[in-house]
Ligand binder design. Structure first.
Ligand code: G6P
Length: 369
């Protein structure tokens, strides 16, 4: 097992560090940046069906559901197709309305999650076209789908999902760009620009990983907190949910993710000097609004950890700590902002002596409904 961990203390840490290469593996051979082409057999073979969908339903569980939420923003933004993201377990039990020209995208790292599997069986019965985004090759969900695209992240052992999430977003971004191109909702130059920026993401993740020691310091500062709040807006709202989930899963600290603007409708009542609030406040994406949320937290003495764009000054002045991420286009920021949140949870859990790779009560793949 020590050898499999490749010198890292835990699989989770290894998998966090694998993300630059995992993402390269995801787009290698598919994304031809210089030619301005994305080739994905599962999409190309079914392009009319996918691009002409009246609606895309995304079904998933856990972290994969959060990737689905990011995808909702990407698909609607680029391809202008309405998207609904559903917990697979809720979807299947409520007699959902599914039309024959709906496309159902099932996202699953393991490809074995029972609720997601049951949801796609139901969708198929009702005549929808099912597209699987799985990591494990040959898994049940990938076989049950009409078509699909693998994430090619390599085996993920840590129960808390890390590289599966970022590679799912990578695949879903490529699909959305392809559909947008086919539908004419993105210009050629924008399409190429997005490919170039996606190609720069692995190096930018490596840069974020260099902040590991700084993040460890922040973890040490807040490891005793009983609660933690995560806020983000737009593309980074699902990242806030994912950051909170990571902390809950492995450190057993109660954490909640919220859209930053919803804070005033409830969570703000929780804020006092004991409450760390992680705020994703990158330059693109409602920056000024998020800064004013940070001011509200500060005036209630909450502790602020800001995830900011390199060179940011306004949040730095207000926050207790900031973690910088390199600049990129808004739709790709989740691939960067997620990284410090993974590391923060990891270090807190290690410092608290928790079993990081196999947290209590959780399973890597949930094959019961
Ligand atoms: C379990 C795992 C999570 C994962 C979820 C969905 O709860 O602990 O990490 O996100 O299942 O799994 P899937 O394999 O379908 O992505």
């Amino acid at each position: 097992e020590q050898i499999e961990k490749g010198g890292y203390e835990h699989f989770m840490l290894k998998e966090i560090y694998e993300q630059p290469n995992a993402i390269i593996d995801t787009y290698r051979g598919r994304m031809l940046v210089n030619e301005g082409i994305v080739r994905m057999a599962g999409v190309d073979d079914n392009i009319e069906r996918l691009a002409n969908a009246k609606r895309i339903l995304i079904v998933a569980c856990g972290t994969s559901w959060h990737a689905g939420l990011v995808a909702e923003y990407i698909f609607e933004d680029f391809a202008r197709i309405p998207v609904e993201v559903e917990y697979a377990s809720e979807f299947r039990y409520r007699n959902p309305i599914i039309y024959e020209n709906d496309v159902v995208i099932a996202i699953s790292q393991s490809g074995e999650t029972a609720d997601t599997m049951a949801a796609i069986k139901l969708a198929k019965e009702k005549g929808a076209f099912v597209f699987g985004v799985c990591n494990v090759v040959g898994s049940s969900i990938s076989r049950e789908s009409h078509a699909g695209a693998y994430t090619h992240a390599g085996p993920e052992i840590g129960v808390a999902s890390t590289k599966a999430f970022t590679t799912q977003i990578t695949v879903l971004t490529m699909i959305a760009l392809k559909l947008a191109k086919h539908r004419g909702t993105i210009s050629d130059s924008d399409f190429r620009y997005h490919l170039q920026e996606l190609d720069r993401i692995p190096a930018k993740i490596s840069k974020v990983l260099e902040a590991n020691d700084h993040i460890k310091l922040i973890a040490d500062k807040y490891k005793e907190a009983p609660n933690c709040l995560y806020l983000g807006r737009g593309y980074n709202f699902p990242v806030a949910l994912e950051g909170a989930l990571k902390l809950k899963e492995i450190s057993y600290i109660h954490a909640e993710g919220y859209p930053a603007a919803e804070m005033k409708h409830g969570p703000i009542a929780l804020i006092d000097e004991q409450m760390p609030v992680v705020v994703i406040a990158t330059k693109k994406g409602h920056y000024e609004k998020v800064v004013s949320n940070i001011q509200e937290i500060k005036s209630r003495k909450g502790k602020i950890i800001g995830i900011v764009t390199e060179g940011d000054e306004a949040v730095r002045d207000l926050a207790d700590y900031v973690i910088e991420i390199p600049e990129t286009i808004e739709s790709l920021t989740p691939l960067l902002t997620t990284i410090p949140l993974q590391l923060l949870s990891y270090h807190i859990a290690v410092m608290l002596g928790k079993n990081v790779d196999q947290p209590r009560n959780l399973a890597k793949s949930v094959t019961v409904e």
